[in-house]
Design a protein around this ligand. Structure first.
Ligand SMILES: Nc1ncnc2c1ncn2[C@@H]1O[C@H](COP(=O)(O)OP(=O)(O)OP(=O)(O)O)[C@@H](O)[C@H]1O
Ligand SMILES: [Mg+2]
Length: 401
């Protein structure tokens, strides 16, 4: 491998699986050169319980990806999600006085002001995402520079997280001998790998359904309108199956993943599956009606999407998703989960598959990889921006040198 490769690395440390994607930036594109996956350890209810165990899982995923790519990773973009994530809107304005052209300093000042909110203890700002500028009472501008005005307002969406959880996750990455370039909300990263800019304009919701958390991001007009963590996730489905069919958690997870379906309607009455005896009764395996399994799953899947609907209703966007709903994370593999989303949300739903990374193999064309892919794409964008800034500096150096 040449020495001056521009690597773009995404690390998605989930509570069930840790995934790493390594790309190389070439001619403003990202090409995949390695990926790695490891079972996660050290997590409890989407929070870090054992930092060293989390770091070891990261190390395993990173090393697998490094071996495949034939490179050594020094830094990555890290995904942050889970129960401590919250989103809220903020607004600020600046008076310019006598009308004049708005310049980049005005833009930075008004956005910076909107982002400076008083946070409660243990909260930190993860991302401040511009929604639009209002220029002399005219809303909907994405870039007001060069417009003549006397007042500019900025609307931003702020994503905050627990500072303690965030710092522990970063510390785990450092313990795995890798620096963190930036931290990004996981559903936001996933959205950039599975949704095109045009769909983001039309209105789209991305729901990343993991083992211990479900993260939601909703776009309209290419701006984030909602960022949230929802209280129902993949492990709820497993626990319901375990309780309902008197199985161990692991047996219930296998059953859910192999035979589960989020729509009961099409399951025939005469379809049976063999399940192990309850852990307390060492008897022969039993047969249960597949319908029973799917009734349990359907009820929870509907509840999950009703939480999405509640978030949409809160901001009046329940009719606004022309781009539909895109499902990512391991639970998006569940049979007919898109039908469940469509049933509750009354719009189109599809699985989120990564697009926009060259040489992305067929075997990774599945929704569990889209967050790691989006994080690598974000890392790639940081590298491209750095390169552009260096080139500009070089040019200025030549002009003024
Ligand atoms: N075929 C399948 N059908 C249904 N559920 C599945 C399937 N495959 C995996 N899952 C579920 O997906 C979940 C794991 O998803 P994922 O790998 O996205 O989690 P994670 O990113 O590690 O967790 P989190 O983001 O919550 O920290 C588990 O609940 C698992 O049971
Ligand atoms: Mg995840």
């Amino acid at each position: 491998m040449p020495e001056n490769l521009q690597l773009a690395v995404g690390l998605d440390a989930g509570s069930s699986r840790t995934r790493c994607v390594i790309g190389v930036v070439e001619d403003n594109c990202l090409r995949l050169i390695g990926f790695g996956e490891a079972a996660s350890e050290g997590w409890a209810k989407s929070r870090i319980a054992d930092q060293t165990a989390v770091a070891n899982s990261m190390r395993r995923a990173l090393e697998e990806a490094e071996r495949m790519a034939g490179v050594s990773i020094e830094s990555c973009v890290l995904g942050v999600g889970g129960v401590t994530v919250r989103g809220s809107n903020a607004r600020s304005e600046i008076e310019i006085g006598r009308p004049r052209e708005i310049d980049h300093r005005d833009v930075s000042r008004v956005v910076d002001r909107a982002s400076r909110v008083q946070l409660q203890e243990d909260r930190m700002l993860l991302q401040a995402l511009l929604q639009d500028f209002v220029v002399d009472d005219h809303p909907g501008h994405r870039d007001p520079r060069k417009m003549v005005a006397s007042r500019v307002e900025a609307n931003v969406h702020l994503i905050t997280v627990s500072e303690r959880e965030h710092d522990r996750l970063v510390a785990a990455v450092n313990q795995a001998h890798v620096a963190v370039e930036d931290t990004v909300f996981e559903a936001f990263a996933a959205a950039h790998s599975v949704v095109l800019p045009d769909e983001r304009k039309e209105g789209v919701a991305v729901v990343d359904i993991g083992a211990h958390s479900t993260d939601l991001v909703v776009y309209y007009g290419d701006a984030v309108q909602i960022a949230a963590s929802l209280p129902i996730c993949g492990d709820h489905l497993t626990r319901d199956v375990a309780r309902g069919l008197r199985l161990s958690f692991d047996d219930a997870a296998c059953l859910k993943e192999e035979y589960g379906c989020a729509t009961v309607g099409r399951t025939p009455d005469n379809s049976f599956i063999e399940v192990p005896a309850p852990p307390s009764e060492g008897r022969e395996p039993r047969e249960v009606q597949r319908k029973m399994l799917n009734q349990i799953i359907e009820a929870r899947a509907d509840e999950l999407f009703r939480h999405v609907l509640r978030e949409l209703l809160r901001v009046g966007m329940e009719q606004a998703l022309m781009g539909g709903v895109v499902l990512t994370g391991g639970t998006a593999r569940l049979h007919e989960v898109c039908d469940a989303a469509e049933r509750v949300l009354q719009c189109q739903a599809r699985k989120g598959l990564t697009a926009g990374i060259e040489d992305w193999p067929e075997e990774m064309s599945e929704p569990a990889w889209s967050t790691a892919a989006g994080l690598a794409m974000y890392s790639g964008r940081l590298k491209m921006r750095e390169e552009m800034e260096t080139r500009a500096a070089g040019l200025l150096g030549r002009i003024f040198g």
